[in-house]
Write a protein that binds this ligand. Sequence first.
Ligand code: GDP
Ligand code: IMO
Ligand code: MG
Length: 436
Amino acid sequence: MKKNIVILGTQWGDEGKGKIVDCISSDAAYVVRYQGGHNAGHTLVINDQKIVLHLIPSGLLHKNVIGIIANGVVVSPTELIKEIQMLEKNNIIVNKRLFISSSSPLILPYHIEMDLAREKKLGMNALGTTGRGIGPAYEDKIARRALRIGDLKNEKTLSVRLEKIVDYYNHQFVNFYQYKSMNYKIILNNLLPIIELIYDMIKDTTNILHSAIKNKKKIVFEGAQGTLLDIDHGTYPYVTSSNSTIGGVMTGTGIGPRNIDCIIGITKAYSTRVGCGPFPTELFDNIDKHFSSKGHEFGSTTGRKRRTGWLDAVSLCRSVHINSISSLCITKLDVLDGLDEIKICTSYKNIYTSEIILFPDINEWDDVLPIYETHPGWKQKTLGIKKIEDLPKQARNYINRIQEITNIPISIISTGPDRSDIIFINDIFHIKKSII
Ligand code: GDP
Ligand code: IMO
Ligand code: MG
């Protein structure tokens, strides 16, 4: 019996990962975040009630699920507490069912300040980060100077190390960015009451997961961001600072590749991107307006307008290969309702040489134009449809075409934001090909 599922984004994030994790976690024992931080914004809608999670795994809305924030995640203790309190206000109690790795690097106020200072200094060349301190926190991890969740357990050494790190940051704030310096004592004093609240959640989460695997428990791994924002495989430097691709599951949790049974790539039925960087199928016309308004394409974390475009099958195929995806989930199909025609980008053309490119170098995406194939749209409403046979023929053909191009079975279609707006086509564990 296959048990352990990875849910990850195949585009630039916001594919609807949170919703799908929620939908498949009701019988899971554990749901695990393995990379990123509170730059993520995962939206769940249950009976018209909307909850946005940034750090806490999306499966926690099911009362039987245990949440793990594993070692690959960078954790802001203040944001974590805020989110726990927000859930408690909504009668979702996480006490005794949320564990955080002692190895997770901390995000502290100087990381956020540095993220904002860097973006400001870059001016026109800014990356468009979420301003959550993600980049600087991962830099500290790689430079081996990070304070980690486990360090919160010893106030004395925490204080000594914090003073040194803040001193290091202050040199840059004052001398390079012409900013004010920060006071480590204020940071420490704000941190101390939070430590008490999370002390009992601090664990070696790798051990917990090994024991879960041994006991054949179902585990769902919840990706943040998307493949094209990956630090190694994305549109560098317009990327985030973690591995949002499949490798991040292993390094970010301490489990091995043979412990993963199924890798589900989530893709919107079209494309969006928030922040700067190349986006070959980007639109600036009425279709952009349609996607924006019908799809409510505004960032869950920063509220910024998301850029929109047609589905890019060239980059989707790339994501399939990078992540070794076993099945695909198409979200937001309902947003295409009412369009006369729908396009899929199947290759790129070099803007200087007009050469058609099937496998473009990702570092040259600024120099390409998309080549599209066009499909008929549909006028019927697909919002909330739960059975594949109830979809209009044109919608089924569109889905089938994505399956054909990627050569990957499509196992889930999402037809609306609510938990119940979903079509399961194949048993995601025993996928049969092409039954659409
Ligand atoms: P994530 O970061 O990948 O979890 O995605 P976000 O939550 O940031 O963005 C996805 C947005 O689309 C959220 O507002 C969801 O409520 C919404 N959503 C998810 N699936 C669907 C769908 O099938 N149709 C529609 N209309 N909205 C959806
Ligand atoms: P979820 O999990 C969409 C983008 C930012 C910026 C770049 C770097 O909700 O899909 P960072 O703050 O990470 O240093 O910003 O990455 N970004 C996201 N875009 N969804 C996300 O997460 C994102 N997390 C980061 O907009 O372009
Ligand atoms: Mg999001």
